[in-house]
Design a protein around this ligand. Sequence first.
Ligand SMILES: Nc1ncnc2c1ncn2[C@@H]1O[C@H](COP(=O)(O)OP(=O)(O)OP(=O)(O)O)[C@@H](O)[C@H]1O
Length: 259
Amino acid sequence: MIKISNLAKKFKIENPKKLSEQDKKDPRLQGRFFHSVKNVQLQCEKGEVLALLGPNGAGKTTTLRVLSTALQPDNGSIQIGGTDVVKQPIEARKKIGFLSGSTGLYGRLTGRENIAYFGRLNGMGDADIDAQINQLADQLDMHTFLDRRSENYSTGMKQKTSIARAVVHSPEVVVLDEPTTGLDIMAANTVIEFIKSLKRAEVPVIFSTHHLDEVNELCDNVAVIDHGETTFEGSLDAFKHKSDNGLHAAFMACLKEGA
Ligand SMILES: Nc1ncnc2c1ncn2[C@@H]1O[C@H](COP(=O)(O)OP(=O)(O)OP(=O)(O)O)[C@@H](O)[C@H]1O
C-alpha cells in the first residue's frame, strides 16, 4: 500500500530570469521559492492501479520523484507498506520500481546488460536475473533487440528496457512517470498490458499520464493534481461522475479553475 499525506516540496530559484513565462505568473512562485507541490494526498492499495492526472506543470513528476526518494519533501508523509519513505529512504527504495521520465540507459551496454546491472545493484544473483529478464522480455516483447547496444534503440525500445530495469527486482510497488508518452500504438499497448499484469499480480501501480483512454482502461482510482494540490481523489466511477460529458469534461471539472 502507498499513502501520501500533506506532501509539500518547494525549489529555490537560483536565477529568476530563467523561469518560464508560465512559472513567472504562477501563484506558487513566492519570492525566491517555487512551491511545486503544496498539498498532495493520494492512496493506492494492493492490487489497485491509480492514475495521476494534472495539467503540465501541476506537480505530478515532483510528487513521483519525492515518492521514489529522488527528492526530499519539505513536509508531509509517505508510507509504503510499513516503511516511512522519508525516514527510511534506503529501505523504501528497495520496495519501489520507479520509471522516471528521464531514465537514461547506458548506451554502450545492451538492453540485457542494462537490466542485469540494476538487478545486481539490487542484490540479485545471476540465475534470478536471467530468469527475470527472460520473463520481462516475453511480457514486453523485447527479444528482438535485447542483445543489441541500447544507444541505437528506438523510443519504444528504450522505454521497454527502462520499465524492465525498474521492475527487475520484483518491487512491492511500481511508480511510472508517463510510461506511454512518445510510444507508438503497439508499444503503448504492450506497456498497458504489462501494467495489467502487475495489477493481476496485486502489485500497486501509480502512473502519471495525459491519456484519458488509458485511465479508463486501466485504473481503479484517479488522483488529479492542479497547481500543486490534490483537487480530486477517488474511484474511476466517481471521477466519471464529475461530468455527463465524458472523461475530458470530468477532468476539467476537477481543476481548480473548473471547480
Ligand atoms: N528543480 C526545479 N526548480 C524549480 N522549479 C521546478 C523544479 N522542478 C520542477 N519545477 C516546477 O514545478 C512545477 C511542477 O513541475 P512537475 O515537473 O512536477 O510538473 P508535471 O505535473 O509533472 O508536469 P508535466 O505534465 O508537464 O510533466 C513546474 O512549474 C516546474 O517548472
